[in-house]
Design a protein around this ligand. Structure first.
Ligand code: ADP
Ligand code: ZN
Length: 753
C-alpha cells in the first residue's frame, strides 16, 4: 500500500483498564506499515502509554479529527504477538467483556507491557560455587561465622554446588559466597541452566502402539495434515495411553514444520507428562507454568515467537503462547475446572483453544476420560468429532469399584462415644489396606478437604466457630495448632471453650490431616505421606513427594484432589475415596458432574501396573447418580442422565450463563448496587419469548469473603447473543458505581459460589 492510500487514522486499544477503542493519527513515517497487534506508544491524558494498533480507522468528523493526537512511535518493526493470538485476544475481550488493551497485555510477558522497546532476553544461567585448593574453615577469622559455615557446607557437599542450593541451606549465603570468592577460597561461575527432571518420574517411548492408539494417531494425523480447523475429542479411559497419542501427533506436527501447544491443568502436579515431552523433544519444549520468573517468561516468549522452540507445554495462560505456525493444540484433561481463569480476563482456556485452532487452521484435541458435558454435547451435535480409547494399555483391567455404605458402618471401638461422625477407615477399607500393604503394594486415600477437624461447634449454644471476615467455618489444623479460614487464610488460636457462651466445644468433620493420623495409628509400619496445600508449599517439595511415592519410598498417600490428577504410579493397587459426599452437596449445577469426574479420575490411579487395581468408595449416598454410576464405570449412563436433567432445567450446555458479582465493604451499599443492577438488567431483558432469565440479585452462597459482602445475579439465556443487551446495560453502569463496590462480569462462569 502506498503512503497516499494508507489511512492517516488508526484504531488502537490502549493498555489501560478502559473499555472501547480509540482513534489516533498515524504519522507519515508509519503510514501503511503498522500491523494488527503491533505495540505502539501513544500520548494519553498527560502521560504516554502502551497501546496496540488494531486497524485503520475511517475518517472522523472534522471536529473530532482536529482533537486527535498522533501515535508517538512503533515499538518494534513487527508485532510481538502472532496474528492468531491477536485475533484470539480480540475474541476473548469481546466474549468475556474485558478491556481489550488489558487483555492484550495479559498475553505478553511483563517486560513487554511497558511502553519500551523490546530487549534481548538474557540467557538463562545459574551460578555455581567451586572450592579452590584445600582451604580449611579455621583459616577464616573467628568472627566470620557465616563464611565459615558456608565453606563448611561446600566442603561437605563435595566442594561444588549451585548458589541457589547454598542459599536455601544457609540464609544470606549469596553475599557470603561473594566474600569467599574475594578471598580466593572459592570460584563463582555462571553456567547455562540445565533442567533436571526428578528421579523416578522418567519416561520411555512406546514404539508399539495399542490397536486403538494406532487408530487414534492415524485418524488425527490425517486431520493434522489437512491443515484445517478440526476439533476432536479424544475420549480415552484412564490408563489407555492418551499421552502417547499426543506425543506422536506432536512428532507429526514437527515433521510438517508446524508448532504445537499442549495445555495441562497443573504442571507441578503432572511432572510425568512434562517429563515425557522433555525426553521426547528435548530443548524444543518451552514449559510455561505459573511460577516462572519474569525473565524466564520473557525468554520463552521470544524463543517461541522466533520458532526456536516449537512446542509449548503449559497451564491455562499458555493458550496465548506465541507458538509459530501452530498445527495442533492439545487440551489434556479438558474437563478440569482449572482451565477457567477466575480473575481479570475470566476466560476458559479449553474454549479458547477451540477458537484459536479455528483462527490458526489447526487441529485441536480435547483429551479426557470424563469429558465435560459441554464437550460431549458438542460431539453429540456433530460439531466435534471423536475418537475413543476404550481399553487400558496391555489390556490391563479397569479397577473394580466397591462401595462402603457409611450408614451401616459403625464407629470402630465400643467405648467410643456415639457421634454422628463417620468412621474414616471402615472395616472393609482396613481389610483391603492390610491386604495390599502386606503384598508391598501402594494405597491412595482421597478426601477433598484439608485440615484435621473441619468444624468446631459449641455443645451448649450450637454456634459454629466461623471466620470473622468470611461466611465460612474455621478448620482445625493439627500441624500448625491453629484454626484456619480456607478462604482468607486467617489464623486463630484454638479456644478451649466457646467464645460466645464458654460452653464446651466439640470437633466435627474430617480432613486429610485426620485421615493421615488415623492411617498412621492403624498401620504403624506403613510409610504415610500427605499431599495437600498444607503439606506441600513449594514446587520442589511437591515434585519430591510425588517422586518418592513413585520410587515406592511411601506406602500410603493421603491427599486432596491433588492426588486425583493424571499421575501414573504402577505400584498403586488400592484407591479409596474416604467420603464421596463432600462435593455432592455444593449449591452448584455442576456438583454431580464434578463428583463423577473426581471419583473417576482418582479411581483411575489404581491398577496401572501389572497388578490389578481396586477402588473403594465410602459414602452416605450410595444411590446418588454419580456414585452409583461410578461403580460400573458408566460414564455414558451418567452423562446421558445428567444431560437430560440439564436440558430439563435449562442449564449449560443447553443454555449460556453470565454471572454478575457484586462485592463491597458496606453491606447496605452492596445490596443497593446489586438491586440497581438487577433492575437495569430487567429493563433490558428481551421479550420473554427469547428465553433470557434473570436469577437474583441475591446474596451469594458464601455471602461474605475477606470482610466483603457478596451478591450475585445470574443471566441464563439460550444463546450468548441473547445476553448482549442486558450485559451491555450493566457495563454502561460500571463507571458510575460507588468506588467501594466492585462489580465483575463472569461470562460462562465456572464455580457458582
Ligand atoms: P492416560 O493419560 O490415558 O491415563 P497414560 O498416557 O498415562 O494414560 O498411559 C498409561 C501408561 O501406559 C503409562 O505408563 C504409559 O507409559 C503406558 N503406555 C502408553 N502407551 C503404551 C504402549 N503403546 N505400550 C506400552 N505402554 C504404554
Ligand atoms: Zn476468612
Amino acid at each position: 500500500m502506498s503512503i497516499l492510500e494508507a489511512s492517516p487514522y488508526a484504531q488502537v486499544a490502549v493498555g489501560r483498564p478502559l473499555r472501547g477503542e480509540f482513534t489516533y493519527l498515524v504519522p507519515a513515517s508509519l503510514r501503511g506499515k503498522l500491523k494488527p497487534g503491533q505495540r505502539v506508544k501513544v500520548p494519553f491524558g498527560r502521560a504516554t502509554t502502551l497501546a496496540f494498533y488494531l486497524s485503520d480507522a475511517p475518517p472522523p468528523s472534522a471536529e473530532v479529527a482536529a482533537k486527535l493526537k498522533p501515535i508517538d512511535c512503533a515499538l518494534e518493526p513487527e508485532p510481538v504477538l502472532t496474528p492468531d493470538v491477536v485475533e484470539l485476544v480480540r475474541f476473548a475481550a469481546r466474549h468475556y467483556r474485558y478491556p481489550l488493551g488489558e487483555a492484550l497485555k495479559a498475553a505478553l510477558p511483563p517486560q513487554l507491557t511497558r511502553p519500551d522497546e523490546e530487549k534481548e532476553a538474557k540467557p538463562d544461567v545459574e551460578w555455581w560455587a567451586h572450592v579452590l585448593g584445600l582451604p580449611s574453615p579455621d583459616e577464616l577469622p573467628k568472627s566470620a561465622h557465616a563464611q565459615r559455615a558456608t565453606l563448611q557446607y561446600l566442603l561437605a557437599v563435595g566442594r561444588t554446588a549451585t548458589m541457589e542450593e547454598v542459599a536455601i541451606a544457609i540464609p544470606g549465603a549469596r553475599e557470603t559466597l561473594k566474600k569467599l570468592a574475594e578471598r580466593d577460597l572459592i570460584r563463582l561461575e555462571a553456567r547455562p541452566r540445565v533442567k533436571r527432571a526428578a528421579d523416578g518420574l522418567g519416561a520411555e517411548r512406546h514404539a508399539v502402539l495399542t490397536e486403538e492408539q494406532d487408530v487414534a494417531v492415524k485418524t488425527l494425523s490425517a486431520e493434522l495434515e489437512r491443515g484445517q480447523f478440526a476439533p476432536w475429542l479424544l475420549y480415552g479411559v484412564t490408563g489407555s495411553g492418551k499421552t502417547e497419542v499426543y506425543l506422536q501427533l506432536v512428532e507429526r506436527a514437527l515433521e510438517l514444520k508446524k508448532g504445537a501447544l499442549i495445555l495441562v491443568p497443573e504442571i507441578a502436579l503432572t511432572p510425568q507428562l512434562v517429563g515425557r515431552f522433555h525426553s521426547r523433544f528435548g530443548a524444543k519444549v518451552a514449559v510455561l507454568h505459573s511460577a516462572l520468573k519474569d525473565s524466564e517468561r520473557y525468554r520463552n516468549f521470544q524463543s517461541l515467537r522466533r520458532g526456536e522452540q516449537r512446542i509449548a507445554v503449559g497451564v491455562r495462560s499458555a493458550i496465548f503462547a506465541p507458538v509459530k505456525d501452530l498445527g495442533i493444540i492439545v487440551v489434556d484433561e479438558e474437563h478440569d475446572p482449572s482451565f477457567k481463569q477466575e480473575e481479570k480476563l475470566r476466560y476458559h482456556a479449553r474454549d479458547l483453544a477451540v477458537v484459536r485452532a479455528q483462527k490458526a487452521n489447526a487441529l485441536v484435541v480435547l483429551g479426557s476420560a470424563t469429558p465435560s458435558l459441554e464437550t460431549l454435547e458438542n460431539t453429540n451435535r456433530g460439531r466435534y468429532k471423536s475418537v475413543q480409547l476404550t481399553r487400558r494399555v496391555d489390556d490391563r483391567p479397569m479397577p473394580s469399584v466397591g462401595l462402603v455404605d457409611l450408614r451401616i458402618e459403625r464407629p470402630r471401638k465400643r467405648d467410643e462415644p456415639r457421634t454422628s461422625e463417620p468412621p474414616i477407615l471402615s472395616a472393609p477399607l482396613r481389610e483391603a489396606m492390610e491386604d495390599v500393604l502386606s503384598r508391598g503394594q501402594q494405597v491412595i486415600l482421597f478426601l477433598n478437604r484439608r485440615g484435621y477437624d473441619t468444624f468446631m461447634v459449641c455443645e451448649v449454644c450450637g454456634q459454629n466457630l466461623k471466620c470473622k471476615d468470611c461466611d465460612v467455618c474455621l478448620t482445625h489444623h493439627h500441624g500448625s495448632r491453629r484454626l484456619l479460614c480456607h478462604y482468607c487464610n486467617r489464623q486463630e488460636f484454638v479456644p478451649d471453650r466457646c467464645p460466645q457462651c464458654t460452653g464446651p466445644l466439640i470437633r466435627l468433620g474430617m480432613g486429610t490431616e485426620k485421615v493421615e493420623a488415623e492411617v498412621a495409628e492403624a498401620f504403624p509400619a506403613a510409610r504415610v505421606g500427605r499431599l495437600d496445600r498444607d503439606a506441600v508449599t513449594s514446587t520442589e517439595t511437591l515434585t519430591e513427594l510425588l517422586a518418592s511415592f513413585a520410587r515406592r519410598e511411601l506406602d500410603v498417600l493421603v491427599g486432596t484432589q491433588m492426588v486425583a490428577k493424571g499421575h501414573d504410579f504402577p505400584g498403586v493397587t488400592l484407591v479409596c475415596v474416604v467420603m464421596a459426599d463432600t462435593a455432592l452437596a455444593l449449591p452448584d449445577f455442576r456438583a454431580a458432574e464434578r463428583t463423577f469426574h473426581l471419583l473417576t479420575q482418582v479411581g483411575g490411579r489404581a491398577g496401572r501396573g501389572v497388578d490389578p487395581g481396586r477402588v473403594l468408595v465410602q459414602t452416605y449416598n450410595p444411590e446418588a447418580e454419580p456414585v452409583a454410576r461410578v461403580l460400573h464405570h458408566d460414564f455414558e449412563g451418567f452423562s446421558r442422565e445428567e444431560l437430560r436433567r440439564r436440558r430439563l432445567l435449562a442449564w449449560p450446555p443447553y443454555s449460556r450463563l453470565a454471572a454478575v458479582r457484586i462485592e463491597g465493604a458496606h453491606p447496605e451499599d452492596t445490596a443497593r448496587v446489586a438491586r440497581a443492577l438487577g433492575k437495569a438488567v430487567a429493563d433490558h431483558l428481551p421479550p420473554a419469548t427469547h428465553g433470557v432469565r434473570l436469577l437474583g440479585p441475591a446474596p451469594a452462597p458464601i455471602s461474605k469473603i475477606k470482610g466483603k459482602t457478596r451478591w450475585q445475579l445470574l443471566l441464563k439465556a439460550p444463546t450468548h447473543a441473547a445476553m448482549e443487551k442486558p450485559l451491555s446495560a450493566i457495563e454502561a453502569m460500571l463507571p458510575d458505581l460507588p468506588s467501594s463496590v466492585r462489580v465483575t462480569l463472569d461470562v460462562d462462569p465456572g464455580a457458582m459460589l
